[in-house]
Design a binder for this molecule. Structure first.
Ligand code: AMP
Length: 436
């Protein structure tokens, strides 16, 4: 019979051979962020639609074209989160986390939903790790936030990327800039796509983000926001750069990076892949959004954050042959012959698992030969066969599956023995690593 259905377009099943790598990435990200003072938040998958309309911005592609929005059974407009910042800000506001001990630093690993055209590295359901720092106005906050991303990349061995940096100023300097920008784009109105013509009226800065090559070529010569920064924004931007230099974090300036909404302010940045296969792919992005908390009904709280796409980060690690951890192997498979041996096997396996060891035995009622074949297939490091004789002597042969060497061990010291073998294998691996 054919399968009833398949996964929805743009979604991906993360299978066991890859799922543990996401766990590894998330754990490393959480640990790295923790060292910078970030605590994890877990947020709802869906929110009231107006949160994203206000928190992401009604003129963005995400809100205009890409949101999964529906009415629930009581007629409320609900949206599957397209990103994490708005939800994190809402949750912190709602629970009073911004009323005390600022800055408040939170981080999250979550799935996002955007109705985009699926392609390599772009999905309709994808995973992000993000950090948000609420209540920090100084340039050191911007530099620390970027340093956190650099530290995370270093911790997971991600290379071949660049940090692109820009400042989009404050609403004050932006006002003057928007006038020049509108004037410039009006001169090229006939060349711009239909959407950009609408943007011209509502928010010309969004034109700088347009993916159409024609609009991009017009945008390349548009006035640059950095040339319009007020003295305060200028000195903030210089300080961020000076601090990054002082920490030895390289970056390049890219005046075309924008977040064209009023509450995004000053520093914006992107982490861009430089690996030959993924050149130009955005691994993550972020910036300052000093106006967001007010926009959501809170008090003025200068804040900033970034998010990175975990699928893209993993793609980059794999294409760059970064050292990824191996999946925890089955350390021992105990095969058995006969009912009594099967019972003792279950007792032993249970006791070893209680010691925290990954041990398996037959639960499919297979012949001894088939059990051994299965042990081989799952890559068990050691195997042991229990039969009548082994039960009587309480000793059995443990076989190292890669060297074929066998050793007799007492069933009563099995846990200790297996633990010793694990330590020995780890030491040998370390030795081999240092000898390389
Ligand atoms: P953004 O919220 O658009 O700045 O996205 C932050 C990061 O999430 C991007 O840099 C990507 O790494 C990732 N990302 C955004 N959209 C997608 C998508 N449709 N599929 C996979 N990753 C995405």
């Amino acid at each position: 019979m054919p399968l009833l259905t398949k996964a929805v377009r743009g979604t991906r099943d993360v299978l066991p051979q890859e799922a543990y790598l996401y766990r590894y990435l998330e754990n490393t990200a959480l640990e790295t962020a923790r060292n910078f003072g970030y605590a994890e938040l877990r947020l709802p998958v869906f929110e009231h639609t107006e949160l994203f309309e206000r928190g992401v911005g009604g003129t963005t592609d995400v809100v205009q074209k890409e949101m999964y929005t529906f009415f629930d059974k009581s007629g409320r407009s609900i949206t599957l989160r397209p990103e994490g910042t708005a939800g994190a800000a809402r949750a912190c506001l709602e629970h009073g986390l911004l009323a005390e001990a600022l800055p408040r630093k939170v981080c999250y690993a979550l799935n996002c939903y955007r109705y985009e055209k699926p392609q390599a590295g772009r999905y309709r359901e994808f995973r992000q790790f993000g950090v948000e720092c609420f209540g920090a106005a100084a340039p050191s906050a911007d530099a620390e936030l970027i340093a956190l991303a650099a530290e995370l990349f270093s911790a997971i061995g991600l290379e071949h990327y660049r940090i692109e940096l820009n400042s989009i100023g404050c609403p004050g300097c932006r006002k003057v800039y928007l006038e020049s920008l509108r004037e410039y784009f009006q001169q090229h109105q006939d060349t711009l796509c239909g959407t950009c013509n609408e943007r011209l009226a509502k928010n010309p800065m969004r034109i700088l983000d347009c993916k159409s090559p024609v609009c991009a070529s017009v945008a390349a010569n548009a006035p640059k926001v950095v040339d319009y920064l007020c003295p305060d924004c200028q000195s903030h931007f210089s300080a961020v750069q000076r601090l990054l230099d002082a920490m030895g974090i390289p970056f390049t300036l890219n005046p075309l990076i924008v977040r064209g909404l009023d509450y995004y302010t000053r520093t914006v940045f992107e982490f861009i892949s430089e690996s030959p296969e993924l050149e130009g792919l955005t691994l993550g992005a972020g910036g300052r959004y000093d106006g967001l908390i007010e926009e959501l009904g809170g008090q003025y709280t200068p804040s900033l954050g970034w998010a990175m796409g975990l699928e893209r980060v993993l793609l980059q690690l794999k294409t760059g042959n970064a050292p990824l951890p191996e999946q925890e192997p089955c350390v021992l498979f105990i095969a058995s012959r006969g009912e009594d041996a099967a019972t003792v096997t279950m007792q032993l396996v249970n006791a070893l698992r209680a010691e925290g060891l990954h041990v398996q035995s037959d639960i499919a009622g297979r012949s001894l030969k088939a059990q051994m074949k299965f042990a081989d297939k799952i890559g068990a490091q050691y195997t042991m066969v229990l039969g009548e004789e082994e039960l009587q002597t309480r000793r059995a042969n443990l076989k190292n599956m890669s060297s074929g060497v066998e050793e007799a061990v007492s069933l009563d010291d099995l846990a200790e023995w297996v633990e010793q073998k694990i330590i020995q294998t780890m030491q040998e691996d370390l030795q081999a690593y240092f000898n390389e």
